[in-house]
Design a protein around this ligand. Structure first.
Ligand code: GP9
Ligand code: MN
Length: 431
């Protein structure tokens, strides 16, 4: 209603981060390929088990000078897990404090999401590829409200027998079997691939893995390295195809981890593999493990490199829009462009904890980023942390109002045309 929307708009207005002139539009007109790395955490990058890299391909991508590779990027999901990550990346609005916004509100809420924005502003076609049933997380309804033109779900693939694992078609098969659909998309396209094999508790058929696993007391921890290695191989195969097909050179490829794979209880067994002791492991250590990869790979653009700015999933859409030369001013998007001088480095977790370049705050306890608890913060530090905590709580509350009161019904950005979900039909006519 009126006052909520007014409060949201004034927050968005004062929080807006203008494009970085050096980066604005550098990927204009390129296809955008989003690769959603299921349960993939940043600590896997450059990690070795008995001297063997777990993810050699992703490591090479991370260190490639055509990749903007973020080392302090965090997931911000709540109980909606994958669907919360999707909501943030497609709309730059958070998930809910409990449950999944896709499930609870996705069928009827108004969204102003990436597929519709890119289509209206720059003529992009759009598709999602995911080898699970389309109703999981209510995706088949949500994607129509987001303006996705195509959703290639399990009904488009042969998912029988050992071609699937837990939540759907195995990743190598998803990438391989999607090609015949991808090649039909009118360019430029916005295409999202949601992987699934690297999912708790990380089972993998013996024919799919050759990676020697660690031997901690926690089977899920050990298996995590096997499915992460499998995912890495699947990505290597997909990139080889993109290069062979010629799509690679005219695309921007964005890879991100959607959320943690190992939970805080698993972390006590993981600690020894990270050279830490489970005796001293604490909330600070758990918070640091909430890093996930964000890699923005732009072939031919050789001034990438490691990006140290702190950010989260909420920031990806404004960043991509500005790279494509689309200004997000006037859109209700809670994130800020990671390349902007005004980017907000206070990264909100869904439970209102937060991290910044200098501190980590968990349930009110302040740590510096060497992991030392600040038991007697100076007056100045107390004031800084209080201001940041207030910002985090305010931002999340405003985002909750947007979702729970479906505020985008009442606000249409200049030049944006509301999506008509009736105009989309994902049924597989080929079957
Ligand atoms: C389900 C897959 C996994 O289709 O995306 O979802 P998650 O359990 O990670 O939310
Ligand atoms: Mn997930």
């Amino acid at each position: 209603n009126g006052s909520d929307l007014t409060n949201v708009l004034s927050f968005i207005d004062q929080h807006y981060a203008a494009p970085n002139p050096k980066m604005y539009g550098i990927a204009k007109g390129r296809n955008v390929i989003i690769i959603h790395l299921e349960s993939f955490q940043q600590f896997l990058i450059d990690y070795k088990v008995d001297g063997r890299e777990v993810t050699p391909f992703l490591n090479s991508l991370y260190h490639d000078d055509q990749t903007y590779a973020f080392s302090n990027f965090f997931h911000q999901v709540g109980q909606g897990k994958t669907s919360d990550a999707e909501n943030m990346l497609e709309t730059s609005v958070y998930g809910l404090p409990q449950g999944s916004v896709f499930t609870a509100l996705g069928s009827d809420n108004t969204f102003q999401a990436a597929p519709a924005i890119l289509q209206q502003k720059a003529g992009y076609s759009s598709a999602v590829f995911h080898g699970n049933v389309g109703s999981f997380w209510n995706r088949d309804n949500v994607y129509k409200n987001m303006g996705y033109q195509n959703f290639f779900d399990a009904s488009y693939f042969n998912t029988t027998g050992d071609r699937s694992e837990q939540y759907g078609l195995k990743d190598k098969l998803l990438f391989h079997d999607s090609v015949k659909y991808l090649e039909q998309l009118q360019q430029p396209f916005y295409a999202k691939f949601i992987t699934v094999t690297n999912h708790f508790p990380f089972p993998l058929d013996s024919e799919d893995t050759d990676f020697p696993l660690p031997t901690t007391d926690d089977k899920a921890v050990n298996n995590y390295f096997g499915t992460a290695h499998y995912l890495d191989q699947a990505l290597q195969e997909f990139f080889a195809y993109l290069k062979a097909s010629g799509l690679y050179d005219n695309s921007m490829i964005v890879l991100y981890g959607d959320h943690y794979g190992l939970s805080n209880s698993d972390n006590l067994s993981l600690a020894e593999l990270l050279g830490k002791s489970s005796d001293t492991w604490n909330d600070y250590d758990n918070a640091q493990l909430q890093r996930v990869p964000l890699m923005i790979h732009i072939p031919g653009q050789h001034d990438g490199g490691i990006q140290k700015q702190y950010g989260g999933e909420i920031d990806v859409l404004p960043t991509i829009e500005h790279l494509l030369g689309i200004d997000n001013k006037g859109y209700i998007q809670f994130g800020t462009d990671l390349f902007s001088p005004q980017h907000d480095q206070v990264v909100a977790f869904r439970n209102t904890n937060f991290v910044t370049p200098s501190h980590t705050v968990v349930d009110g306890t302040i740590y510096n980023n060497n992991g030392d608890e600040i038991t007697h913060p100076s007056t100045e530090l107390q004031a800084t942390i209080k201001r940041q905590q207030t910002k985090v709580q305010n931002e999340l509350q405003l985002s909750d109002a947007v979702n729970n009161k479906n505020l985008l019904r009442f606000y249409t950005p200049t030049g944006f045309k509301p999506v008509d979900p009736e105009s989309y039909n994902y049924k597989n006519d080929f079957a």
